[in-house]
Design a protein around this ligand. Sequence first.
Ligand code: FAD
Length: 396
Amino acid sequence: MEFDVVVVGAGPAGSVAAWAAAEAGCDVLVLERKAEVGVPKQCAEGISAHGLEHAGIEPQDEWIATEISRALIYAPNGKEFEVPGDGYVLERRVFDKWLVVRAVEAGAEVKLLARARRALVDDGRVVGVEYEGVDGVHEVRARVTIAADGIESRIGRTAGLVPPLKPTEICTCAQYEMIGVDVEEDATHFFVDAEFFPGGYFWIFPKGEGRANVGVGIRGSESEPGDALKVLNRALEDHELISEAVAEAVPVEVNVGGVPVCGPVGRTYGDGILVVGDAARQVNPVTGGGLHTSLVCGRIAGEVAAEAIEEDDTSATFLKQYQDQWKEEFGRMFKYTLKASKILSEMSNEELNALAEALDREDILRLVKGEGVVKVAKKVIARKPSLLKYAKHLMK
Ligand SMILES: Cc1cc2nc3c(=O)[nH]c(=O)nc-3n(C[C@H](O)[C@H](O)[C@H](O)COP(=O)(O)OP(=O)(O)OC[C@H]3O[C@@H](n4cnc5c(N)ncnc54)[C@H](O)[C@@H]3O)c2cc1C
């Protein structure tokens, strides 16, 4: 089998990349190991309105569970911050399918139950992948391979671009979708507490009529396998604010998964290959959000792959444009949110409470977006000199 572009993974990054490349006239094959795109979801399903707009995706009623107008962030001592901002909680099972259908309508072919096993490397360049389908093992050759195969990224690894994740670089997550959750439904809710949720946070993202994604992410270095689910259950019982919100709630779904919080890999391109989305660790390390970045980087990857085919140059030198373009969009954000995430994950509850006293909602937004963080650092030094060592690190 021979294609212009083979995309591994029909998550948001892969489907958007396939959509863009097919729309530009390429022959595209998408390989997806699952039987059903978007299922099971491994996501709290939140995205900002700006994120969708930036990706050029028009919001559709069919995949929006609820609209959000603000985030409420709770410090360990219960102090509440309201950060205004429009966004959505999605239905990923519908959203992911909608995206892959866009790729198919643009001309891409999709193979389900097709697990890519390794990148085919010929004289240092990637020339396609080997995959295992329902009818055995096959090779598919392509001029450009796009590894959009999520956090494990077998293809990124076997192509030599994606190193293994260290426990400090990952948040392990556990989530229930629950019914009967009692929270304000126009807001996403974030609970920070270094003792309950070391190196991470707890969230409640409402989906309307009492339904919500209720989950937690904790730093891999602070936990053993299976701990995230225990922490989730403990918080539902013992955390004052959370236990109140879920007192009458019942889980209808369990979701587990990992989020890379180390910032993008150093090189997301090579001869004949691009790496995108969670595979490239294009995730905001403060929030663990990867939808906005996956969608935008996926589109850039698909467009650059199509230009490479058109120009008949799929060398690393040509494909580097992809990395240049996504860095233009997100380079600064990744740099500063990585610093902020490291600092936040080291703080004790006392320090987090002090930070909460020093900051206002605009500062929180700056930390989350990685914009104007030096300004935030200066304010922290002026208001809470005890946090000097953290603020200095942010300014470097
Ligand atoms: C619990 C949790 C909550 C989250 N909440 C949010 C949130 O609220 N907002 C947000 O923005 N982000 C959130 N994220 C992160 C977000 O889900 C990811 O960043 C996003 O899904 C990345 O998209 P992707 O296409 O890169 O990867 P994925 O969505 O992981 O898609 C990768 C696809 O590749 C397929 N695949 C993997 N290996 C192979 C293979 N070898 N062969 C073929 N197919 C393969 C997988 O089956 C999958 O379909 C959350 C993550 C977790 C774990």
